[in-house]
Design a protein around this ligand. Structure first.
Ligand code: SF4
Length: 429
């Protein structure tokens, strides 16, 4: 397969931390002179898949894409996989799927050169994984390749051990990135035309605890960076939003008024069994605090997990009530999926698949209503939109919007209508 020589296919599954890691790998492949594509129909001679393992479904999708890419690459093409699924998989199983380079949660900085070397010297199975997750791994970005917005990874790992979550076992204990590295990266990105920065991590809210600083401190320092127009936070746990952090966000002009706070359940007994670390009343209080201190219009989006072991109809109705009390915009809903190795997988009271799916449908339906009511409020107002691609982008409070403009351009527009999913806007500047 000689056509596409020097082209690398990249696919990133999972969370925003993975997106940031995928950007690093794409940038490095470019620096080696490779073209990078996310299009499976294009010709390519090597591939890198950044995997996810948050649910069984995520594992299945990773395996399916690996098989498909292996087939496309044929006998010569080099296939590298890394990330959470790859960290936990048995080496022989990965090898049987046709993986050449097996990276894990760490060691992603080794992937690009390993692909280049193996492309030149022939395929030979290589396991780059380590179980030592104690050090921060610097994956610096200079510009973005896969997205117009920049996902800046500032934290990795988690030791909270929510009883349903496999991530702490795959990503290791929390580690934070030095503030000076983050600020240097933001300056490079802004110099290279980036208009929006999104801080990502596995457990963002505990940023800095291991290096004697905090997310609030970082926000204050970043607020002083010249040219920073739009700053967002990736998903953050509600118990991390203390007054210190909320005040820092309120004072940061670049901060875009949207936060993704996973609620998971609105029932206190279930929250206790999940070991989430907050009660439903405390969660609602955080939402009220954000509206009072940052903006009454702040967009609070969330995740809901239905069918956690022991969840009765009453417990689920409590979740619907707390969704309403929290005044959510966008809501993502998932059926609970038992992960081998987690405490919840062996808990009594496993809920039937049909009940999980029925509850998913009811939560999605309420979520749609709530998002419609939230987005509708902005019709007739002015919005600032970052156009990402093909006249589509997001407002500052993270509602998808359609408006004429160039890719990576910030425009001012009037919101004409909400089509059930996006805001249709008319450019004003
Ligand atoms: S905070 Fe909970 S859900 Fe989030 S990564 Fe840690 S264990 Fe998983």
């Amino acid at each position: 397969m000689d056509s596409g020589k020097g082209t690398t296919y990249i696919h990133v599954f999972g969370c925003r931390a993975s997106l940031s890691e995928g950007e690093f790998i794409a940038g490095m492949m470019k620096s080696y002179g490779h073209d990078v594509t996310e299009d499976l129909t294009r010709e390519f001679s090597s591939a890198v898949i950044v995997t996810c393992s948050v649910t069984h479904e995520a594992d299945r999708k990773c395996r399916n894409l690996i098989r498909r890419v292996r087939k496309i690459l044929g006998a010569e093409g080099v296939l590298a996989v890394c990330g959470c699924w790859a960290q936990g998989v048995d080496a022989n199983s990965a090898r049987d799927l046709g993986v050449d380079i097996l990276g894990g949660s760490k060691g992603k900085n080794l992937i690009p050169s390993a692909v280049i070397n193996m492309s030149e010297n022939g395929r030979k199975f290589l396991d780059l994984r380590t179980h030592d997750m104690s050090q921060w791994e610097e994956l610096p970005l200079n510009s973005t390749v896969l997205h117009s917005r920049a996902f800046v990874k500032i934290q990795d790992g988690c030791n909270h051990f929510c009883t349903y979550c496999i991530i702490p076992f795959l990503r290791g204990k929390p580690v934070s990135r030095p503030i000076e590295n983050i600020i240097a990266e933001i300056n490079r990105l802004i110099d290279n035309g980036t208009k929006e920065i999104i801080f990502t991590g596995i457990h963002l809210g505990i940023y800095g605890k291991d290096i004697d600083t905090s997310l609030a401190d970082l926000i204050r320092k970043v607020s002083r960076v010249d040219g920073l127009k739009r700053l967002r936070l990736g998903s953050i746990e509600p118990f991390s939003l203390d007054d210190e952090l909320i005040n820092a966000l309120a004072e940061c002009k670049a901060f875009c008024h949207h936060l993704h706070l996973p609620l998971q359940s609105g029932d206190d007994d279930i929250l206790g069994r999940m070991r989430r670390g907050y009660t439903s009343a405390e969660f609602v209080k955080v939402c009220d605090n954000l509206r009072e201190k940052i903006s009454g219009d702040i967009h609070i989006s969330s995740d809901i997990l239905t069918g956690f072991p022991g969840e009765s109809d009453t417990a689920f109705n409590n979740t619907l009530d707390v969704m309403k009390a929290s005044g959510f915009g966008r809501v993502h809903v998932f059926p609970y999926s038992a992960r081998k190795g987690t405490l919840a997988a062996n808990m009594a009271g496993q809920v039937s698949h049909s009940a999980k799916i029925e509850r998913v449908a009811r939560a999605i339906s309420l979520g749609r209503e709530m998002f419609r009511d939230y987005a509708q409020k902005f019709v007739g107002t002015e919005a600032e939109i970052l156009i990402e691609r093909d006249n589509k982008g997001h407002t500052r409070n993270y509602i998808e919007a359609v408006c004429s403009g160039n890719d990576n351009e910030i425009v001012k527009a009037e919101v004409i209508r909400f089509d059930g999913n996006r805001l249709e806007c008319l450019r004003r500047d």
